[in-house]
Design a protein around this ligand. Structure first.
Ligand code: NAG
Ligand code: NAG
Ligand code: NAG
Ligand code: NAG
Ligand code: NAG
Ligand code: NAG
Length: 261
């Protein structure tokens, strides 16, 4: 009796650990970037409002944009956000969006959030009928993210959630993100993904351009976790960080040095 019940207990614990290690996360990371594809009517004030940030804080993440007041249609803007472990299940961030007249899950995913989320995710995390989301409702918009993967490389700890556009392919995406001859690296972070599919998101390590990034990171929960039984990959970025620490809960600036290889 005792033997068999402790055996089943062990089995249950083992089974749940195995299940967790397959798909679950234990914790997120302070920083991830969303690559927002700029459409004709967009401006940075609008884009940053969707993510609850100030557009004046976006400069450091967008070294290619010379003037924050004028962004080109067809370019991309990096917006920073916290990458959380949602329901212990997967890495993402739940943004709040107030539904406007004429919005549907489809237009919210495709136009408002520029394919950073999907109708599936919107339907999963909200209870409104797909075709009839009431004006003024506050819905959750979940955007996936990555904190890295120590088994691929420890050199990268900051990742861009990058929606693929029609016409892109592995080599164009690699070149556009500073990895012209490292297509295999992008594939390792996105196993099984078809980079020519023109839809879906991929995760791309953020590479500083020119070589230095200035980033805003919350100081307080930046502790790295080395004894994780279930490694969610959040240790991966340790090697590239150099801190300037501040006290308190204030946002502060840190310098990340990434080497161009
Ligand atoms: C920015 O875009 C929003 C949404 O399209 C629009 O309502 C707003 O007037 C625009 N602001 C500027 C300064 O162009
Ligand atoms: C989102 O994806 C659809 C279908 O691929 C595409 O037509 C649309 O232009 C994309 N939206 C943005 C803002 O990139
Ligand atoms: C996501 O945000 C929405 C809107 O604020 C909220 O109603 C919902 O409970 C949140 N869901 C999760 C899983 O955090
Ligand atoms: C986001 O992650 C969830 C859970 O892993 C997955 O079901 C969903 O397809 C992902 N969404 C996108 C746009 O990749
Ligand atoms: C990838 O896309 C680029 C730019 O759109 C194009 O010039 C190139 O021929 C494409 N490469 C492949 C292998 O399809
Ligand atoms: C990738 O997607 C493109 C566009 O949908 C398709 O033409 C191509 O056959 C796909 N490649 C693979 C290997 O599935």
């Amino acid at each position: 009796m005792i033997r068999s019940s402790s055996f089943s207990l062990c089995f249950l614990i083992l089974a749940s650990l195995l299940r967790r290690s397959e798909s679950a996360c234990r914790r997120g990371c302070d920083l991830a970037l969303a690559s927002y594809y700029v459409s004709p009517k967009d401006n940075l004030t609008y884009i940053s409002s969707l993510f609850g940030v100030k557009y004046t804080d976006l400069g450091p993440y967008n070294p290619n944009i010379k003037n924050l007041n004028s962004i080109r249609t067809g370019s991309r803007v990096n917006v920073f956000f916290r990458c959380d472990c949602i329901n212990g299940d997967f890495l993402g961030h739940n943004f709040s969006y107030v539904v406007l007249k004429g919005d549907t899950y489809n237009t919210i995913a495709r136009d408002v959030y520029a394919n950073l989320t999907t109708v599936d995710l919107l339907s999963t995390f909200n209870s409104y009928p797909v075709t009839n989301v009431p004006d003024g409702a506050i819905i959750g918009v979940v955007i996936n993210c990555s904190c890295g993967d120590a088994s691929v490389s420890k050199d990268y700890g900051l990742f861009v959630t990058y929606p693929l556009q029609p016409g892109e392919n592995l080599s164009s995406v690699a070149a556009a993100n500073g990895f012209p001859s490292q297509e295999d690296l992008l594939l390792k972070y996105n196993p099984g993904v078809n980079f020519s599919s023109g839809s879906g998101v991929v995760f791309i390590p953020a590479k500083g351009e020119p070589f230095i990034f200035f980033m805003l990171v919350r100081r307080h929960d930046n502790g790295m976790d080395n004894n994780a039984l279930i490694d969610d990959g959040c240790d991966a970025g340790e090697s590239m960080v150099s801190f300037t620490q501040f006290e308190g809960d204030a946002w502060n600036e840190e310098q990340y040095f990434t080497r161009a290889t």
